[in-house]
Design a protein around this ligand. Structure first.
Ligand code: ACO
Length: 401
């Protein structure tokens, strides 16, 4: 707690909490994380149950409305989402303005932000109908936008949505079907994709979700807020860790080299960290990492295996029995096995965080809706602890020597 009176002659106290390690910025009824026990609940439902028995669109409904849908509600919601999967044809031309070798996340930040230009009939946040339309549009169009980013940056023609497919099946087809070749959705991979989306759907106030809320607190439109979330997610300490973790596993290459990398991660003079390890809130095994490891195993059984999976398993085992990691409570997080899984499904590493952003849109949009509906909501405006110069006399440039 800082006494700002002492600093600036103003009355009052504020807390100084870099990284918000112990400051709640909002109330929320959406997602509960028990980091000590390693539990993640969406609206009270364990993520394990949703992954085993639910599907992603049902999870989106749950996050948005607070309850699991009835049969009719589910049918209507799926139908609404399906009818909004196309993006405006002008957006195709918008994509063509990006450099052909752009990172897909750069394309995602730009194209999600641009949605407020293409869909301005759902940007009036005072209108509940427009707010819900924006949510449906985001959930429906994110797979199309992410698949277009993939196709564009790999130089292939865009594939339009096929609405008789499942949400995940349609996404895989838009990413991987190529002209003049029959594409049949692999149901094992589509189910894996759907479960991966559920695992990534929300995780309470992660950096990107807090960014969405902060942007939204100014009254910015939902597309602009989600674009801010996508930008934040890109960083290697957040969603970008899946790409970085796979690069690390590739650099390790064989189990024999694991001790060398563990030693580097423990060395205080080396900035290297084990990517896909550690979490601000999970101080025991991240439940999503265990589920992702199972999905990874199933996907690799379908696609022919990957020697790096054995490296990952061995790295996990070695870290979990190392005093440094045990004492600091550093466990694998969601990103540790997701890169391996997504690569096995055919995604290039640059697409991993784009897939994450597609799925996390469900949580972002639900959190944004909750915030807008909260009458106690104020513009987010953190304080700072000023440590710069005290008042100084201006010296004209000619007299500065
Ligand atoms: N490897 C080695 N040491 C680590 C690691 C790691 N992956 N993570 C944390 N530590 C150490 C730190 O050096 C620090 O040690 P110290 O107390 O001696 O200074 C201690 O553990 C605490 O780490 P902090 O950085 O203070 O923890 P914080 O909560 O701020 O960071 C974070 C959490 C960013 C996730 C961190 O663990 C990290 O950088 N991990 C690697 C990147 C990663 O996997 N990110 C994905 C996050 S999950 C997600 O976005 C889905």
């Amino acid at each position: 707690v800082v006494d700002i009176g002492k600093l600036y002659g103003q009355a009052g106290l504020f807390t100084y909490d870099p990284g918000f390690t112990s400051t709640a910025a909002c109330e929320s009824k959406i997602t509960y994380v028990d980091g000590e026990a390693g539990h993640l609940l969406y609206r009270g439902y364990p993520v394990e149950d949703l992954v085993a028995r639910g599907d992603f669109l049902e999870t989106c409904y749950l996050l948005l409305y607070g309850e699991l849908p009835t049969v009719k509600q589910k049918h209507d919601f799926d139908d609404k989402v399906t009818r909004h999967t196309m993006v405006h044809e002008q957006m195709v031309r918008f994509y063509q303005g990006f450099r052909r070798d752009s990172h897909p996340m750069a394309v995602m930040v730009g194209s999600v932000g641009a949605m407020s230009a293409f869909y301005h009939d759902s940007t009036d946040i005072a209108d509940p109908h427009q707010r819900m339309l924006a949510c449906i549009r985001m959930i429906a169009k994110m797979p199309t936008i992410a698949a277009m980013a993939h196709k564009y940056t790999t130089g292939q023609p865009f594939v339009y949505p096929k609405n008789d497919l499942s949400y995940a099946g349609n996404f895989l087809r838009m990413c991987f079907s190529v002209p003049f070749e029959e594409y049949k959705v692999n149901e094992v991979l589509a189910r894996a994709m759907d479960r991966i989306f559920i695992l990534h759907a929300d995780n309470e106030q992660g950096a990107s979700t807090s960014t969405v809320r902060l942007a939204g607190s100014s009254g910015a439109n939902p597309f602009a807020c989600i674009a801010a979330g996508v930008a934040c997610l890109w960083g290697p300490a957040h969603g970008g860790a899946n790409e970085a973790a796979l690069k690390m596993l590739t650099a390790i290459g064989t189990p024999e080299r694991i001790p060398e990398f563990i030693a580097r991660a423990k060395n205080p003079d080396d900035p290297f960290r084990l990517l896909g390890f550690g979490h601000r809130v999970y101080k025991s095994y991240d439940p999503r990492a265990a589920l992702m490891r199972d999905i990874c195993r199933e996907v690799l059984a379908e696609t022919g295996g990957d020697p790096l999976f054995d490296v990952a398993l061995e790295l996990e085992r070695a870290a979990m029995t190392d005093q440094y990691f045990v004492e600091k409570k550093l466990f694998p997080n969601l990103d540790f096995y997701s890169g391996l899984t997504l690569r096995a499904m055919g995604f290039p590493p640059a697409m991993f965080t784009a897939v994450f952003s597609l799925a996390r849109t469900a949580g972002w949009i639900a959190q944004w809706m909750e915030m807008i509906a909260d009458p106690s909501q104020k513009i987010g405006r953190p304080r700072q602890l000023y440590t710069g110069a005290t008042r100084r006399e201006y010296v004209p440039v000619g007299r500065r020597g």
